[in-house]
Design a protein around this ligand. Structure first.
Ligand SMILES: [Zn+2]
Length: 310
């Protein structure tokens, strides 16, 4: 019993002693070091067994408290470091993606401008459709860049999310024309911009919303768990529903589309870079989604690659 107590004391007394007490010990050896199983243990010269016994419960509870606090602090620190590391990795990747896309777009825009100039010279053979298509392309690139650079645009899904660029992927029902933002079941869905929201039932995706703003930009979200409380005018950041796995979805995610105005619906573009810029609480696809309090939500885990999202 005393042996166990000595072991506990070895930790506690070092921790409990004020620093000046320890340094004072060199000159005024009130305490002596006792070796117990190679653990240093300071013992007060005058101390007797009843003294330790009377302090034992206090000491033990203080040790427990310290262990708990230290464990929490270390866990928090580890989580923070891990999160910083992940964010840095994501940022590095994002910047690479953006640069690559920008270069492609500049190259594309130059080709379009040259093509347009050539066509304009040849007035005898005007190709209106060609020019209109190119104009649309340039406008869409402009809309994507503006949205990426907007400070007011809000990530459509609350809390931690994960996604990848799945634009143009082949899916059982055709080519994928959106981004699948995987999140927690029941997570709030936010209006990305000010506009008019309408809720409706989609035969493929189940509960869905469409949101149109004054520029004619059209947003579509589907597989909702719940609709928002009311349709009509909303501001960016308003809750317009909850994330689910409705319709043909095989896991909780928001299938999200962006169709820039003025053409709006039918003029879909890849929303990946927009989500990439604005959905910053993001983890890599291969990692499970865990709540920020560390509590693991097993039933909401969707390991990458075990199902197809629509
Ligand atoms: Zn999808």
């Amino acid at each position: 019993m005393f042996r166990i107590f000595c072991l506990l004391g070895a930790f506690s007394f070092l921790a409990l002693l004020p620093a000046n007490y320890l340094s004072a010990q060199e000159n005024q050896p009130t305490f002596v070091e006792v070796v117990e199983n190679d653990s240093p243990f300071l013992l007060e010269r005058k101390a007797t067994l009843p003294f330790f016994t009377s302090k034992a419960s206090v000491v033990v509870s203080i040790i427990q408290d310290r262990i708990e606090k230290t464990t929490t602090a270390l866990t928090d620190l580890a989580t923070t470091f891990e999160s910083i590391r992940l964010r840095q990795e994501m940022l590095k990747k994002s910047l690479g993606d953006v640069t690559e896309v920008l270069l492609k777009q500049i190259e594309e825009a130059e080709k379009i401008l040259i093509g347009r100039a050539e066509k304009l010279k040849n007035v005898e053979e005007p190709d209106k459709k060609y020019l209109q298509e190119n104009k649309k392309k340039l406008e869409n690139i402009d809309a994507i860049m503006k949205t990426i650079n907007s400070d007011d645009w809000v990530c459509p899904v609350a809390d931690s999310v994960k996604f990848y660029d799945s634009w143009n992927e082949k899916r059982p029902r055709g080519i994928h024309r959106g981004v699948d933002i995987v999140g927690f079941h029941g997570a709030d869905l936010y209006a990305p911009v000010d506009g008019e929201v309408v809720f409706f039932w989609d035969s493929v995706g189940g509960k869905s919303y469409k949101l149109t703003n004054e520029n004619g930009d059209y947003y579509f979200g589907t597989h909702l768990y719940r609709f928002g409380k009311k349709s009509g005018k909303v501001s960016a950041g308003d809750v317009i529903g909850q994330l689910g796995a409705g319709g043909n979805a095989t896991g909780p995610h928001l299938h999200f589309e962006f169709h820039p105005g003025p053409l709006g619906r039918g003029n879909g573009v890849n929303p990946y870079l927009i989500a990439n810029r604005h959905c910053t609480d993001r983890i890599p696809m291969e990692m499970p989604l865990n709540h920020t309090d560390g509590e693991e939500k097993e039933k909401y885990l969707f390991p990458y690659g075990n199902f197809e999202w629509d």
